[in-house]
Design a protein around this ligand. Structure first.
Ligand SMILES: Cc1cc2nc3c(=O)[nH]c(=O)nc-3n(C[C@H](O)[C@H](O)[C@H](O)COP(=O)(O)OP(=O)(O)OC[C@H]3O[C@@H](n4cnc5c(N)ncnc54)[C@H](O)[C@@H]3O)c2cc1C
Length: 451
């Protein structure tokens, strides 16, 4: 195990997987370390979906490895590609099969000759602070503790575990009270009678403010996204059947008709990086799922005979630690649709803040004249270390800005950028700060990124 790699990537969500693939395709010797037994992060281990969004209106703003994965999923009948969002929250979203995704990501990793250690967790980081370098990371696996070394480390753990363990500068939660967005335990159902559900929604469109302007889309769509049933939720709360605060039901049909992901539980006031609070949240999430399951069957048309396939499996953490990097992405950058010269990704998901205190979701849709914004390279590294990149949802961003860039097409694009940048830093023998932005831009465009 005591080997030297060019690049070690911690965490195999879309960000980490695509960081590893991009670096390996650039000819680097890469090790990807993932604590679960498969890749995909929240999309496969928290039942999250659909992926949203790769589009600003009709314009696709995220391509590269993300699009390659979607195309590969389509070829295996594991996705219907980009389809219109019947809630109108975003223009297009991308339903997929989590099982097919696991396979496709394995194939992408194997095709690029990348080493993977599953069931292995980053347990510690050894740093030489005087020289600003991470020296090694300790891994915890079935083999016990071991140590691996790399020239460059990429933290794609979502929570910034590696950076935190190396004592890189980090922030957590929103300014003022330090609270993070609530966690959610997602649920997946099959055998939902979508025709009964669709009929009910179309008959009562005035009760669904987010759907009421999309009658035709709902009639024609093979993939329903539903937000609403707030009156039914309120009545269930009044009857004591639901004990948590969430204003409405939110659920999405996957690539399989009649299979739905329900994103509605809300666990507040817990820190996803505190092991005790995380453990409590898992239990509380399952308890809320149980309440919701009884409510859905009893009160929501189409769910009477639906089958709950899974909760989680893991609780979903929306936000926790963020790198305090060389640039912190801000709310204004999103709202003004700022185009950074050093941009590594475009994105069009709005600021979407689930209330850390309970009921309510604060969405800010303004994104400049084009309906999209950009993310600069400088959010992925800090001054303290010259061989560390942080990517995915834990890049350097304010609480509000992170609430926009945290969704999966965007984190996928950030991952590709981190892997590409790390490979270039090794080739050019430069620190992240000194990498020529034009070189990075050329390499990203060559890799299909949209900038
Ligand atoms: C409840 C919920 C609903 C959401 N809904 C949507 C949605 O509908 N659409 C959408 O696009 N996005 C959605 N998101 C946001 C999105 O899922 C995440 O923000 C995104 O997956 C982050 O990607 P990532 O690659 O940065 O991190 P992750 O997907 O979290 O991947 C991190 C990976 O690192 C691994 N890991 C963590 N710690 C360690 C360690 N110490 N050692 C080794 N491995 C480690 C994890 O197992 C995981 O595989 C949702 C998020 C939540 C929580």
């Amino acid at each position: 195990m005591n080997r030297l790699y060019d690049i070690i990537v911690a965490g195999g969500g879309l960000a980490g997987t695509f960081a590893a693939v991009a670096a390996a395709r650039a000819g680097k010797n890469v090790l990807l370390v993932e604590k679960e037994g498969y890749l995909g992060g929240t999309l496969t281990n928290c039942g999250v979906g659909p992926m949203m969004t790769a589009h600003a209106g009709e314009k696709q703003v995220i391509g590269g490895l993300f699009q390659e994965m979607v195309t590969r999923l389509e070829e295996k009948n594991g996705s219907c590609g980009h389809v219109r969002d019947t809630t109108g929250y975003v223009s297009y979203l991308t339903p997929f099969s989590a099982e097919t995704m696991k396979l496709v990501l394995d194939e992408m990793i194997e095709d690029s000759d990348c080493h993977v250690l599953f069931h292995t967790q980053i347990a510690q980081a050894e740093a030489d602070c005087q020289n600003g370098r991470i020296v090694s990371v300790a891994l915890c696996s079935k083999g016990g503790l071991s140590k691996v070394k790399a020239v460059i480390y990429i933290d794609a753990t979502g929570d910034g575990d590696l950076a935190y363990m190396a004592e890189a500068p980090m922030r957590k939660g929103r300014q003022g009270d330090g609270l993070s967005q609530p966690m959610t335990m997602n649920m997946k159902y099959d055998m939902v009678d979508r025709e009964i559900l669709k009929h009910h929604v179309l008959e009562h469109l005035e009760d669904f403010p987010r759907l009421k302007d999309h009658r035709r889309l709902i009639e024609e769509s093979g993939h329903l996204s539903i937000a609403g049933f707030s009156k039914e939720m309120e009545a269930a709360r009044d009857r004591g059947e639901i004990t948590f605060s969430r204003e409405e039901l939110l659920f999405f049909e996957t690539d399989t008709q009649g299979e739905f992901i329900v994103n509605t539980t809300r666990i507040i006031g817990k820190d996803g990086t505190n092991p005790w609070e995380l453990s409590e949240s898992e239990r509380e999430g399952r308890r809320q799922c149980w309440e919701l399951d009884l409510f859905l069957r009893k009160s929501i048309p189409g769910f009477a005979r639906a089958h709950l396939i899974q909760t989680g499996p893991n609780i979903g953490v929306r936000g926790s630690r963020q790198l305090a990097g060389c640039y912190e992405l801000k709310e204004e950058d999103i709202l003004e649709g700022r185009m950074f010269d050093s941009r590594i990704a475009l994105a069009a998901y709005p600021i979407d803040i689930h209330n850390p205190h309970g009921s309510g979701t604060d969405s800010r849709f303004q994104m400049g004249a084009n309906g999209y914004y950009s993310i600069p390279y400088e959010v992925m590294y800090c001054e303290k270390y010259t061989n560390l990149f942080v990517t995915g949802r834990c890049v350097s961003a304010s609480f509000e800005a992170q609430a926009a860039i945290r969704t999966t097409p965007t984190t996928a694009a950030l991952g590709q950028a981190a892997g590409t940048a790390a490979a270039l830093c090794i080739e050019e023998n430069v620190r992240p700060a000194d990498l020529r932005r034009s070189l990075l831009r050329e390499a990203l465009l060559a890799g299909g990124a949209i900038l």
